[in-house]
Design a protein. Structure first.
Length: 363
């Protein structure tokens, strides 16, 4: 086991105790151990990134109270850090919150107390169960942004649309009593509302038009080419709603089934526009559950020349987002709702059931 250890000047007194505690138990990765004045965020970020990136399994951070270190460490994706200056906090932090970074206060605990706290923390196991669902909700919030803005970059975004109309209609399609007709109409409406927001940053160019009264300057899309590619069969339910907003978009289709032995997605149909490499592509799949089919669909588009590929879903689970971004870290994922987790059967919880069956009345 590798443990990332770091402290500022106020936590320096615990350095020897922590090193001594881990002798024979783990390899210590030094992320900043200093007795000279230092800014705790710098040390916290270094240690937290080591844990987040897998270079260390756990982290121990020390400052005056442990609070500053925990605040800073929690800014790094995947980190669950807390100041635990007593053994019971350390035990519950691990059992209920699955802390992977513990923070100690050099001005609060003695070296012997620090060793006892660390001993309890390492000896405690995460209980899972209802606590897993809660930790997954934290991960879901961490993976998302609640705005539709933001600059495009090398890392793909997860954009959750919290518009009241979208959320109202999501509530309706979750209802098991919603009819097939209503379900189908609502899916189209939600998809249209989502693409309306997704395309808000399309480039415009000026043009001149004659109104019944006078000449004026108007605006037109600056030659942006778009394509929508539904994943069969459930993705078909989103197409018409999007085409009502962007009728000039071309439509491709991807068909996948799951190999019953390997459980891997297998292509059985793929027909894309010939100029797919010149278009911004939106892959459509209402439910992002395990993420296997969505990741495979994006791969198929890229293999056939697609350059800018995004995923549009109605409801997603954290597991699916993680799977897609592991395979395609640059892809933006647009969703209307981010749910808690997958159950033992691979269904999103709370979800809405099987979107394909509900769209086509096959169950």
């Amino acid at each position: 086991m590798i443990v990332a250890v770091g402290c500022d000047h106020a936590g320096f007194a615990l350095k020897s105790a922590v090193r001594e505690f881990f002798e024979g138990k783990a390899e210590v990765l030094d992320c900043g151990l200093t007795e000279t004045p230092a800014d705790y965020p710098d040390v916290a970020f270094a240690a937290a990134k080591a844990v987040s990136e897998g270079r260390a399994e756990i982290g121990v951070l020390m400052c005056g109270t442990g609070i500053g270190m925990s605040v800073a460490a929690n800014k790094i994706k995947g980190i669950r850090a807390a100041a635990c200056n007593d053994a019971e906090s350390a035990r519950l932090g691990k059992a209920h919150n699955n802390l992977n970074v513990i923070c100690l206060g050099g001005r609060v605990v003695s070296p012997d107390q620090a060793k006892a706290i660390l001993d309890v923390w390492l000896a405690t196991s995460f209980e899972g169960g209802r606590h897993l669902a809660r930790v997954n909700k934290i991960a879901a919030a961490e993976s998302s942004t609640l705005s539709t803005g933001g600059e495009e970059g090398e890392e793909g975004r997860v954009v959750v649309f919290n518009h009241p109309l979208v959320q109202h209609k999501i509530g309706m399609i979750r209802d098991k009593n919603t009819s097939v007709k209503e379900f189908r109409e609502l899916v189209q409406e939600i998809a249209g509302l989502m693409v309306y927001e997704i395309t808000r940053n399309l480039s415009l160019s000026e043009t001149s038009v004659e109104t019944p009264v006078a000449s004026t300057t108007a605006y037109t899309l600056a030659g942006k080419k778009l394509a929508v590619v539904p994943v069969l069969r459930a993705g078909l339910g989103m197409v018409d709603g999007i085409l009502q907003i962007i009728p000039n978009a071309k439509v491709g289709h991807i068909g996948l089934y799951r190999n019953p032995e390997t459980l891997d997605p297998v292509e059985y149909y793929c027909k894309l526009p010939q100029d797919i490499g010149e278009r911004d592509v939106f892959v459509l799949d209402p439910m992002l559950a395990t993420g296997g089919s969505a990741a495979a669909a994006i791969s198929l588009v890229k293999e056939r020349g697609g350059q800018k590929v995004s995923l549009v879903c109605l409801i997603a689970a954290p597991e699916g987002i993680k799977k897609v971004h592991a395979a395609h870290p640059e892809a933006d994922i647009f969703i209307a709702a981010l749910d808690s987790h997958l159950n033992d059967h691979g269904y999103i919880v709370p979800g809405l059931g099987d979107a394909g069956d509900r769209l086509f009345g096959t169950k």
